[in-house]
Design a protein around this ligand. Structure first.
Ligand code: GLN
Length: 315
């Protein structure tokens, strides 16, 4: 397996410079406020952390910022649902296609039949996936979710951010309406409140760029954790997740990101981006100031610049 310095020569010395080149864009973005607690994010922050399969790390800028996973968590709730139920049942509940609409759009739910969400990375699809997480009780489901994130990040300290969870719970009319729609269509079978409770909880897990980089590394190695020497997730499921990251991971800017950066990535409204270099490096980025599509404005710029400079596109 390639070491970071082979894949990204001189990166460690130049990483601060790359942050500086993109950081001025933060002032042109907006920190998300539709979940009021997220508005506390630092508009000016930009950080990055990279880890290779030998455990070599590089970090720069505000990489130690703590933020909630938000939509980044959808990749991993999908993996957990696939491990719980297999492909067939999961794809009875969600489709495999990008929407071209924003992450919280309901437009195509009714417009295009059958009325199942287009993919597991839009809110409606992730809510349907949350209903598939198994557990003997609601608490058991929440424990299983947290245990899974701790396992794949190698960080036993990961936890739910109660303030962000409560903030989202109290301002969730749009997500709630989607969940009721899905229940009416039989996509969701349990109580809407219980399903949303799982969804809001996995969105509200606190993490740093290092945690994203570790999770990205696991995806880069197709479910094998090269640091602990263990296959944690079946390769096939990670391939499914990475395909969704390429086609839907950056919301309705996924096509543009595929052209400009060309690496599987998943963003969240807290400003995080998880990405990877296949077979080599996991990468976590934070930049809470968002562009009009809801992606970190400086984070996207940073990754596009790095990808173009180091020729990282998988295409
Ligand atoms: N928890 C957020 C929501 O449901 C996640 C959205 C996101 O990160 N794009 O709205």
């Amino acid at each position: 397996m390639p070491k970071m310095e082979e894949r990204l020569p001189h990166l460690v010395e130049q990483l601060d410079g790359w942050i500086e080149k993109s950081k001025s864009l933060c002032q042109h973005g907006k920190v998300a406020s539709y979940i009021p607690e997220l508005a506390k994010g630092n508009q000016a922050a930009l950080g990055i952390h990279l880890i290779d399969g030998y455990g070599n790390e590089a970090m720069a800028g505000d990489a130690s910022t703590v933020f909630t996973l938000q939509s980044i968590s959808k990749v991993f709730s999908l993996l957990l649902a696939l491990m719980d139920h297999g492909e067939q049942l999961v794809f009875d509940k969600v489709g495999m296609e990008p929407t071209g609409d924003s992450f919280n759009s309901m437009l195509k739910l009714e417009l295009v039949q059958p009325g199942i969400p287009f993919n597991p990375l839009i809110n409606a699809g992730a809510i349907a996936i949350s209903s598939l997480i198994t557990g003997a009780s609601q608490q058991h489901k929440l424990d299983r979710v947290l245990d899974f994130f701790r396992l794949i990040s190698g960080n036993e300290q990961l936890n739910y951010n109660e303030a962000v969870y409560q903030s989202e719970l109290q301002t969730a009319d749009l997500n709630r309406s989607m969940a009721y729609f899905l229940k009416d269509k039989g996509v969701i079978e349990q109580s809407v409140d219980d399903v949303l409770d799982v969804y809001f909880h996995h969105c509200s897990i606190d993490a740093t760029c290092k945690d994203l980089a570790r999770m990205g590394l696991l995806l880069a190695y197709n479910g094998y954790d090269p640091i602990r020497g263990k296959q944690l997730v079946p390769k096939r499921y990670v391939q499914i997740a990475k395909s969704f990251m390429v086609t839907c991971g950056m919301y309705n800017a996924s096509g543009q990101f595929a052209i400009q950066a060309g690496i599987p990535a998943k963003s969240g409204v807290s400003g995080g981006i998880l990405t990877l270099i296949p077979g080599a490096v996991g990468i976590g980025v934070i930049g809470p100031a968002l562009n009009s599509k809801g992606n970190s404005i400086a984070g996207v710029d940073l990754l596009e610049k790095l990808s173009q400079h180091y020729d990282l596109s998988i295409f």
